[in-house]
Design a protein around this ligand. Sequence first.
Ligand code: FES
Length: 228
Amino acid sequence: MADDQATEPGGSAGGSDAALGQSVSRGQFLTKATIGMGAVLGGMVAVPPVAMMLAPAVGGQRRFRVPALDEQGTPIRVEDLPVGEFAKFVLHFPEELPTEDERPRDYVRDRVGFVRRNPEGFTDALTGKSEQLTLISNRCVHLGCPVQETGGQFVCPCHGGAYDGDGQRTEGPPPRPLDRFDWEVGEDGYLYVTGEHSLTPDGRELDSVYGPGQPTAGPQSLFFKFQP
Ligand code: FES
């Protein structure tokens, strides 16, 4: 009887501990599961905007070295360019540049731009720089139509976008100035194009080129995917 009594309370206490242990384990499991799910959901929400913010800083810059050709396909000698006027130029990218793997989404084999040889004492009203040459892309930054140069300004035939002679937007839906090409004058005196970059509406030159329609300033600029 005494054994039964001793056994019963002991047995009863063991069952209670087991139940308590089970309850604690279930509680811990639920807590960990909740934290884990929170971390996953938080990551899903936070990672894309952070990646987009960092993309222009770490994303691939478009760098190359391609001779600028006139419309007849002749390399352009800087000395031969008229001063203060735009001349159209074409860039032919060889098949291997960029390679198939590196090829950006909007890659096209040929690109077109406009080059102006600036007069002595010229200061770019958009960037504030005094440079020998200004090279402007013909790709409208609204939806990518080719802009036309007319009287030293640029107009887009698609939706009425217009830009002044420094590529600053003056009318229509484009969200920023026209993109610029980077350049150098070779030892041979010919013009080479070495890269491309976008600008903010107030003329700050960025390290990367943004896609058509992508703003380069303000909160919205963080939510557009970087396009190398
Ligand atoms: S594509 Fe140039 S204004 Fe729309």
